[in-house]
Design a binder for this molecule. Structure first.
Ligand code: PRP
Ligand code: URA
Length: 210
């Protein structure tokens, strides 16, 4: 099956994203919006999960229903900012496991530096959703996914709020088998590799560190 690259045009996602981008939005609202958008994106990103038919006894008879066919999921946020997306994802799939990959961008080279990696033991039996609000140069996402691939997961998807065209191309080329979901595709990167117009530093805005 051909891999998916989805840029969301849903009105609820676009509306919430417009508030998220606003420099006046408070830390509290920013956090809530990141969770809400993640929830809506996860709803769509799980569209192809396999189903099975089951019979359910209702108070009035037997209903033939569809249920998820036991597919196991894992969410892997890229620390720190990816943490902001986890609660929203778990609201959609509460039974998912959560792994963590710690990466930060070196301020001068803009390349990712890994400082932590803890993944579920049975990740080889799971579909993995790597989550991070920002896809800028693509370095962090590419490295995180390469790390996860060493553990042979069944499938990998990447989910972000805002992507730069440069980062999207880098990720598509490095990992042609990974489905990609973005709430918005922005214009470009600036000389500091920040997304323009973007929303600023996602980690700082989620955790109120600036
Ligand atoms: C941000 C963001 C991504 C990365 C994207 O994290 O959350 O992980 O930058 O940039 P890239 O596509 O150019 O690699 P940052 O390094 O600022 O760390 P933080 O989440 O700890 O704030
Ligand atoms: N990381 C962020 O948090 N924002 C950007 O615009 C680029 C990288």
């Amino acid at each position: 099956m051909e891999r998916k690259v989805v840029i969301f045009d849903h009105p609820l996602i676009q509306h919430k994203l417009s508030i998220l981008r606003n420099v006046e939005t408070s830390t509290k609202d920013f956090r809530e919006l990141v969770n809400e958008i993640s929830m809506l994106m996860m709803f769509e990103a799980t569209r192809d999960l396999p189903m099975e038919t089951v019979k359910v006894e209702t108070p009035c008879g037997i209903a033939e229903c569809k249920q998820l066919a036991g597919r196991k999921l894992a969410f892997v946020p890229i620390l720190r900012a990816g943490l902001g997306m986890v609660d929203g994802c778990l609201k959609m799939v509460p039974s998912a496991r959560v792994g963590h990959i710690g990466l930060y961008r070196d301020e001068t080279t803009h390349t990712p530096v890994e400082y932590y990696c803890k993944l579920p033991k049975d990740i080889d039996k799971r579909d993995v959703y790597v989550v991070d609000p920002m896809l800028a140069t693509g370095g962090s996402a590419v490295d995180a996914i390469s790390q996860i691939k060493l553990r042979n997961p069944r499938k990998i998807c990447f989910m972000c709020m805002i992507a730069a065209p440069e980062g999207l191309e880098v990720l598509k080329k490095a990992h042609p088998d990974v489905d990609i979901y973005c709430a918005a595709l922005d214009e470009k990167l600036n000389e500091d590799c920040y997304i323009i117009p973007g929303l600023g530093d996602a980690g700082d805005r989620i955790f109120g560190t600036k």
